[in-house]
Every structure is written in structure tokens, then in C-alpha cells.
Design a binder for this molecule. Structure first.
Ligand SMILES: CC(C)(COP(=O)(O)OP(=O)(O)OC[C@H]1O[C@@H](n2cnc3c(N)ncnc32)[C@H](O)[C@@H]1OP(=O)(O)O)[C@@H](O)C(=O)NCCC(=O)NCCS
Length: 429
């Protein structure tokens, strides 16, 4: 069998558990206008969304069209006026809006027809007047005219479409009960629709700047921590919106909008492509404190007795507690890991453990990701570890076995020949 075939089989095996996990789940996907600008990107997206649909996900797409509207306004010599960072949609601008949004919508629908033409049952996209809007109003004397806000969502109608096997599509345009047309902020709309239909997931394509310094996974307490010192004002706006949504939607994924295929990587691989914000697991990864020593010892002592981990005394652990991170759930330490810095930008991962009762929930992967992030923050270039029992788990997580002579010199001199541990390395990018 060729390597490419083996790689394919391995990927399929690894993704099968996620396929099972996502089947039947409702997912709202926010598509910013930038993602829909190029035909190739629209086509790629349409294929991937079609695949998700075929794998049994119920999908609601919320499309934006900001760059397309900007270009159309420029063509007509119109300019945006803003107040308090919100754009004012004037009555004169409205026809340009309707035209630009209509064009993007038809382009997207056309891409779907093309991308899925070979399927026995073509995928249907439907849209409707499911969102009732109202005027944003007059604020500080400024009339926002046709800039609207969301008033009500006919979530039963959206759900009925999803149950009928259709993909629902929402645009920035929504209508008031008085028959007026309004321009809505689409990210806000995506969040509110996800909450109203109690979606299992909200997937948001966003900019790398808005995801700056965010780890692969964020619990709600961690998100609250990031919100205290966000990297940028845009990140703060996005995360504040997500924080509100997380009360109703348990999982929110942030992905890079340059890459339409990020959605498949995010949903079907262990590491994902962006950041997952979750509120359905009540644990947090944090730096260990001296008070955690007892909890860590309870966790690692049985593994030390089995010879899986090297023995550490309480005194040594107290001394080295600054190297540890812990995974805490309901005030119990259910996981830990340590990072030691060595010469030549090497970092050593040690003492990774998850309580047996909680194994198999990817908590080990989460701890590993946290150690990798910590190592990157210290500008380390390579992570290594010594293991006697867990080599394969680490290989599945990107490590490679090599000779112990590749270890930093001081660490080599401490190598315990009796334990005869395997030595594994992982470059940090
Ligand atoms: C290794 C460990 C940290 C993984 O934690 P976890 O939260 O269960 O990890 P994940 O949920 O991300 O991964 C679970 C998968 O790893 C597999 N796995 C667990 N231990 C393994 C091992 N020793 N070798 C190979 N695979 C292993 C599980 O079978 C499971 O596979 P599946 O997804 O196909 O069902 C945990 O098993 C542990 O604490 N082991 C004992 C301590 C240890 O060996 N530490 C390493 C010290 S160097």
C-alpha cells in the first residue's frame, strides 16, 4: 500500500469519531463577505458545506457582504457615515445595498448548484423572512435610518426548513412588521439566530487579528480572563458577543476567514484549526499553585507506583510547582503536566497525567496544547519528553522518536539507563 493511501486511511479513521459526534447536530455558520469575494473560495466553501450537510449536520448560513457593499457604494459615489462605530444606512443607499446583497446571495446559491451538481439529490438552500427587524433608532440626535436591529426570530420556521433537509441562508437584510427593509450586523444576527434555535455549534470565520493569542481551546472562565486584557478592540467586541451567545450555545468555533476549508479541519481533526470556546465542560487549565501539591500527588502517586511516571517527592514537587499546570474540575485536580526549560531552546514535557475517570475526553490533548503554548511563549523551538508507556499517544500528537544523543547535553547526562525510556521530539512552530 502506498504512503498516500495509508495517510488517507489514517485520516478517515481519525475523523470517523467526529463524524459520529456531529451527526444530527445543528450548526450556524457565519460567513463574512470577504470569504465570498472570489469564485474559487465560494466554490470550495459550497463543496465543504455540502459535505457537512451530507454527513448529517443541520446548517444555517448567515452571510455578510461588507466588502461587496463598500465596492458598490464607491461605484455610486456614496460614502458611509458612522456614529459610535455603527454605520448609518441611509434611504438613498438602500437600493445599492439590496442590489449588492442580492448579487452575493445569487453568487453563493450558484456556487452551491455547481459544487453539488453530481449528487443524486441536489442540496437545496432556502431563505425567508425569518428575522423581524426594527430600527436602531435615533441615538444622540443621529437617525440610523435603515440600520436596524433584530427584534424577533421565527425559529420554528428555520427549524422546519432544517428538518426538511434544507440549508437555511440568512443575509444582512431583514424586514420590520411595518414592511421596511433594514440592514443588520450579520455577526450579531448569527449569534442571535444560534441562540434562538439553540444550535449545538456556532462557527465564526474571523480575522487572525481577532484570534490573536487565543489558545486552541477556551473555557468560559478562561474567556472571561481574556476579556480582562484583550489583544485588540476588535477582539474585545467579538469575544463579548461570543460570551453572550455562550449562555445558549455550548460550542463556538473561531476560524480564519482566509481559509474556507478551515471548517473541515476544525470539525474533523483532533487539533482543529482555530479556537474552540466551550461551556459544556466545567474545567479549566491553569498554572499550578503551591496549594495544588496535594491534589497533584494524589493524581500521580498511583502512576509512579506503576512505573509510568518518575517518582517525585513532595519537597521536589513544592520546589518545582512553578513548572506545573493543572486541570481543575469542581475544585479537584484531574490532570497535570510540567514544562522544564533547557539549553538551546529545548523544553521538556514531563508528568503529563489525566485522572483515569476522566481519560478519553481529550483532556490529555488539552494539557499538551497548553504546555505547547507555554513553551512557544518562552520562544522554545523544540519540545521533548521521555516515556516508557505512552510513546504511541505522543506520536499521534505530532512527536517523533529519536536517539537520546539528540537531547540537550545536561539532560543526556541525567538519562536513566535502567528506565530505558523512549525519547520523543516535537518541533514548535
Ligand atoms: C496519556 C494520557 C495523559 C492521555 O490523556 P487522555 O485525556 O485520555 O487523552 P485523550 O482523550 O486526548 O486521548 C485518548 C486516546 O489516547 C489513547 N491512549 C491512552 N493512553 C495511551 C497510551 N499509553 N498509548 C497509546 N494510546 C493511549 C486512548 O486509548 C484514547 O484513544 P482513542 O481516542 O482512540 O479512544 C492519559 O492516558 C494518562 O494520564 N496516562 C497515564 C500517564 C501517562 O502515561 N503519562 C505520560 C507520561 S510520559
Amino acid at each position: 500500500m502506498q504512503q498516500s493511501e495509508l495517510d488517507f486511511i489514517n485520516s478517515l479513521r481519525q475523523s470517523s469519531r467526529y463524524i459520529e459526534e456531529h451527526r444530527g447536530k445543528t450548526c450556524v455558520i457565519y460567513l463574512p463577505g470577504e470569504l465570498l469575494l472570489k469564485e474559487a473560495s465560494r466554490k470550495q466553501l459550497a463543496q465543504d458545506v455540502g459535505l457537512l450537510h451530507n454527513l448529517g449536520l443541520k446548517l444555517v448560513l448567515v452571510m455578510g457582504a461588507t466588502p461587496q457593499i463598500d465596492a458598490a457604494l464607491k461605484l455610486y459615489g456614496e460614502e458611509w457615515q458612522t456614529h459610535q462605530q455603527f454605520r448609518i444606512t441611509t434611504t438613498e443607499m438602500l437600493p445599492v445595498f439590496q442590489q449588492a446583497i442580492g448579487t452575493v446571495k445569487t453568487q453563493l446559491e450558484a456556487s452551491f448548484s455547481q459544487a453539488n451538481c453530481m449528487q443524486p439529490t441536489p442540496i437545496t438552500i432556502t431563505s425567508g423572512n425569518w428575522v423581524i427587524a426594527q430600527p436602531k433608532g435615533v441615538i444622540e440626535g443621529i437617525d440610523y435610518q435603515h440600520t436596524g436591529k433584530l427584534r424577533k426570530i421565527n425559529h420554528q420556521a428555520i427549524a422546519a426548513n432544517l428538518d426538511a433537509g434544507q440549508i437555511a441562508l440568512l443575509t444582512p437584510l431583514a424586514y420590520s412588521l411595518t414592511g421596511e427593509v433594514f440592514n443588520l450586523n450579520t455577526l450579531e444576527q448569527a449569534c442571535e439566530v444560534a441562540s434562538a434555535i439553540k444550535a449545538d455549534k456556532l462557527m465564526v470565520f474571523t480575522t487572525p487579528a481577532e484570534m490573536q493569542q487565543l489558545p486552541k481551546q477556551l473555557s468560559i472562565p478562561e474567556l472571561d480572563g481574556v476579556l480582562l486584557t484583550p489583544s485588540t478592540a476588535d477582539q474585545q467586541r467579538l469575544l463579548t458577543q461570543i460570551r453572550k451567545t455562550s449562555q445558549n450555545v455550548k460550542r463556538v468555533h473561531l476560524m480564519d476567514k482566509q481559509d474556507p476549508s478551515a471548517i473541515l479541519i476544525e470539525l474533523f481533526t483532533r487539533d482543529g484549526s482555530g479556537t474552540l470556546i466551550f461551556s459544556d465542560r466545567y474545567h479549566q487549565v491553569r498554572d499550578a499553585q503551591i496549594e495544588d501539591v496535594g491534589g497533584i500527588l494524589d493524581l500521580i502517586s498511583p502512576l509512579e507506583q506503576q512505573g509510568v511516571l518518575v517518582k517525585r517527592s513532595r519537597e521536589l514537587l513544592e520546589l518545582e510547582i512553578g513548572n506545573f499546570i493543572v486541570l481543575e474540575r469542581d475544585q479537584h485536580i484531574i490532570g497535570c503536566a510540567a514544562l522544564y526549560q533547557h539549553e538551546n531552546d529545548f523544553g521538556e514535557l514531563a508528568c503529563l497525567a489525566v485522572h483515569p475517570q476522566y481519560q478519553g475526553q481529550e483532556l490529555g490533548s488539552e494539557l499538551l496544547a497548553a504546555v505547547e503554548n507555554k513553551a512557544k511563549a518562552l520562544s522554545l523551538k523544540t519540545l521533548f519528553l521521555l516515556t516508557t508507556h505512552t510513546q504511541h499517544w505522543f506520536i499521534e500528537h505530532g512527536f517523533q522518536a529519536d536517539e537520546k544523543e539528540k537531547l540537550p547535553e545536561k539532560r543526556q547526562s541525567l538519562y536513566n539507563f535502567q528506565r530505558n525510556s523512549k525519547v520523543l521530539f516535537k518541533p514548535l512552530y
